[in-house]
Design a protein around this ligand. Structure first.
Ligand code: ADP
Length: 203
């Protein structure tokens, strides 16, 4: 029997309910390692990510206060595919290293769930024992993005289409959560999922 903890990833398209599932898992005792939050922390002054960005793209990426100039970086990588790939090549290994360090520091008995929005897009599925995928109907996601993110329908659809498709995510899922009803139904699914995760760890 291996004493190694299973690697559990959580992903889902934008506005599918992934963050809600992460919170529900945290309530049950999971440690959530949030890839987006790690990116933001790496990009704070003093962070390795910000240093790498300035080294690659120059001091124009900084505000006068020494913060990341998100607008400048956004404009650069939006206009230039090579720059975007270079940025990803710099940031993703740093995020993975930080996630690995947090994983190593967690108590052995705690379930750790790595919340990675672009898990499928970045080809990471094979490194996980469990891939939890959250899906919701397109119409529901579009309405949420219009409501919560102030996007037009076209913008929302563009964001969804820039990500992996439901089929691509479902193809690598070991645990599929279909979030097509209310919060009580989602909670019930997460409760059942939690039971399966505990059982597979003990199995
Ligand atoms: P994601 O992290 O996938 O972008 P969130 O978990 O932030 O999505 O969910 C987007 C919005 O939809 C949030 O306001 C959340 O509270 C809401 N939401 C998610 N699932 C449900 C549900 N089953 N019923 C009602 N609202 C939900």
């Amino acid at each position: 029997m291996s004493s190694q903890r299973p690697r559990i990833g959580l992903t889902g398209g934008i506005a599918s309910g992934k963050s809600t599932v992460a919170s529900l898992l945290a309530e049950r005792g999971a440690l959530i390692i949030d890839a987006d939050r790690i990116v933001r922390e790496l990009q704070e002054p003093g962070g390795a990510g910000l240093a790498a960005i300035v080294e690659a793209f120059g001091p124009a990426m900084l505000t006068p206060e020494g913060q990341l100039d998100r607008a400048a970086l956004g404009a650069l990588v939006f206009a230039d595919d090579q720059a975007r790939e270079r940025l990803n090549g710099l940031i993703h290994p740093l995020v993975r290293a930080e996630a690995a360090a947090r994983l190593a520091a967690a108590p052995a008995e705690q379930l750790v769930v790595e919340d990675i929005p672009l898990l499928v897009e970045t080809g990471q599925a094979p490194s996980f024992d469990e891939v939890i995928v959250v899906q919701a109907p397109l119409e529901v996601r579009l309405s949420r993005m219009e409501r919560d993110r102030g996007m037009s329908r076209e913008q929302a659809l563009g964001r969804i289409q820039a990500q992996a498709s439901d089929e691509e995510r479902a193809a690598v899922a070991t645990q599929l959560i279909i979030n097509d009803a209310g919060l009580p139904e989602l909670e019930a699914q997460v409760r059942a999922l939690w039971g399966r995760l505990l059982a597979s760890r003990e199995g």
